[in-house]
Design a protein around this ligand. Structure first.
Ligand SMILES: Nc1ncnc2c1ncn2[C@@H]1O[C@H](COP(=O)(O)OP(=O)(O)O)[C@@H](O)[C@H]1O
Ligand SMILES: [Mg+2]
Length: 467
């Protein structure tokens, strides 16, 4: 739990300052009595007044002034007999004026001082309250971080030392276009408040969204001398918004897929059949035969795309049963080895046993997509490492299947988008392989992640529940 800010302390009536003031006043009184011609001594009564200015109780000055006034008058009554009355009266009047003038000035000063203290305390309390709820940072005009609160460190996963003096670019996730950032800077540099939603990247690479308000603090010429950013995390909201958008898009895609299935798939099957008939009637040495073969291959590719689209847009219910994942992957590999891109690959996959609840047919699609990507990334030559690891995360038992290739890996901007439907960097890609894989794995209660190890290549990690 966080500590609350310290409360404002009340000054006790009798504290060090009052005691010291009393002792001083007493000493001056005695000195006044025993010094026969020490007429100026009464003026020293201003001293005890000073003592309590910072730490005395409220209205200290006025009470103290009254007390020392009385002492001054008593002192006057004890004046040596030889002194003219006029002289004594003048002397004591001056002392009293001095005492009261000091008291009034000090009382005013003290009131201001207390007010300042209360305001400082107010400010500290407001700061504290903001720190409890918001992610706070201040930067100088060049964008270098000059202050961050604990929440900032928590969410960004950087330590304070790593962030202070750094530029906010350290947290840039590359999501926002240059114009977005430029607009932000132009706004705040002109002394205006900027509001918006920003996606940042934490030290561990994870992404988070923050609702951000940046307030420029202006100097006497109206120019900003520092910026304060107040942020609130909205990652959960953003994720659910994104999911909603995805679902809406999928629903539309589903409708479209139904049309495509009917209007495209069937004619393709018809054309393909007719072409096969034509090809079979051609003489064996006909020069047109390869052309027909090529057309059929293209039609098959088209069919594959339509099929992917249908699988993606209209996922079917899982039919879960105990599945030996090790065997399922070996079967998939066996089937894939018939594909030319796979023919020259070496696969390293130590034998193991891993049985979990799954829909074998759907999972096969996942492994096919991931393995095909690996093979394509390496241009059909190279090495794929597959491993299944058992993991116990609390009460949850799961399998982590890693499929690692030694291809070119993925640049950050590609890696960020690979799960978006239709994102592809390939000439004839559909961009649906990984989105389909993720769909299926998530339906199993698992997760699929991409890792690009520093040593190179791409590793796909698929986590599936063990039981
Ligand atoms: N093993 C990998 N190595 C490098 N890039 C990959 C790998 N797997 C996927 N990708 C990238 O992710 C993109 C999307 O993959 P995917 O969804 O399977 O669609 P597609 O294979 O049709 O392009 C690919 O175009 C490629 O850029
Ligand atoms: Mg693919």
């Amino acid at each position: 739990m966080n500590p609350t800010p310290p409360p404002l302390r009340e000054t006790p009536l009798l504290n060090g300052a009052t005691i010291l003031a009393a002792v001083l006043a007493g000493a001056i009184f005695v000195a006044d009595l025993v010094t026969p011609r020490g007429h100026g001594i009464a003026a020293l009564y201003a001293l005890p007044l000073l003592v309590g200015t910072f730490s005395g109780p409220p209205r200290f000055q006025l009470v103290a002034a009254a007390v020392v006034s009385v002492l001054t008058v008593i002192g006057a009554a004890n004046a040596p007999a030889g002194l003219p009355v006029n002289y004594v009266l003048t002397n004591r009047s001056i002392a009293l004026v001095l005492i009261w003038a000091t008291a009034i000035v000090l009382a005013r000063f003290r009131a201001t001082w207390l007010d300042l203290q209360a305001r400082t305390k107010d400010l500290a309390d407001v700061n504290f309250a903001i720190d409890q709820s918001a992610i706070v940072a201040t930067t100088d005009t060049r964008g270098r971080i000059t202050y961050i609160n604990d929440k900032f460190c928590e969410i960004s996963k950087y330590t304070r030392e790593e962030l202070l003096g750094q530029d906010h670019r350290l947290l840039n996730s590359g999501h926002h276009p240059k114009e977005f950032i430029r607009d932000l800077w132009v706004t705040i540099a002109n002394g205006q408040i900027w509001r918006g939603e920003i996606r940042n990247r934490a030290k561990d690479g994870s992404l988070y969204w923050v609702d951000t308000t940046i307030v420029p603090f202006l100097d006497h010429r109206g120019k900003p001398y520092q910026y304060m950013a107040l942020r609130y995390e909205i990652t959960a909201r953003k994720t659910s918004e994104e999911r909603l958008r995805e679902q809406e898009a999928l629903a539309r895609l589903g409708q479209m897929a139904a049309v495509v299935a009917h209007e495209v798939k069937n004619p393709i099957a018809g054309i393909r059949g007719a072409l096969q008939v034509i090809a079979s009637r051609m003489p064996a040495d006909s020069r047109d035969k390869p052309v027909v073969g090529d057309i059929i291959a293209r039609l098959d590719a088209l069919n594959g795309i339509v099929h992917d689209l249908l699988v993606f847009a209209r996922p079917r219910q899982l039919r879960s049963e105990p599945v030996d994942l090790d065997r399922l992957i070996r079967n998939t590999l066996h089937l894939l080895h018939r594909d030319p891109v796979f023919a020259n690959l070496e696969v390293d996959f130590p034998q193991g046993e891993a049985v979990g609840p799954a829909d074998a047919e759907q999972l096969q699609l996942v492994f096919t997509n991931v393995l095909m990507n690996a093979a394509q990334a390496m241009g059909g030559h190279g090495h794929i490492d597959i491993a299944i690891r058992r993991n116990e995360a609390g009460s949850r038992r799961e399998f982590v299947i890693s499929i690692a290739d030694r291809g070119p890996g993925m640049p950050a901007d590609v890696r960020e988008k690979v799960f978006e439907p239709f994102f592809t960097t390939k000439h004839r890609g559909t961009g649906l392989g990984l989105p389909i894989a993720r769909r299926i794995v998530q339906a199993h209660g698992g997760e699929i992640e991409i890792d690009t190890p520093p040593a190179g290549g791409t590793t796909v990690l698929i986590t599936l529940p063990a039981s």
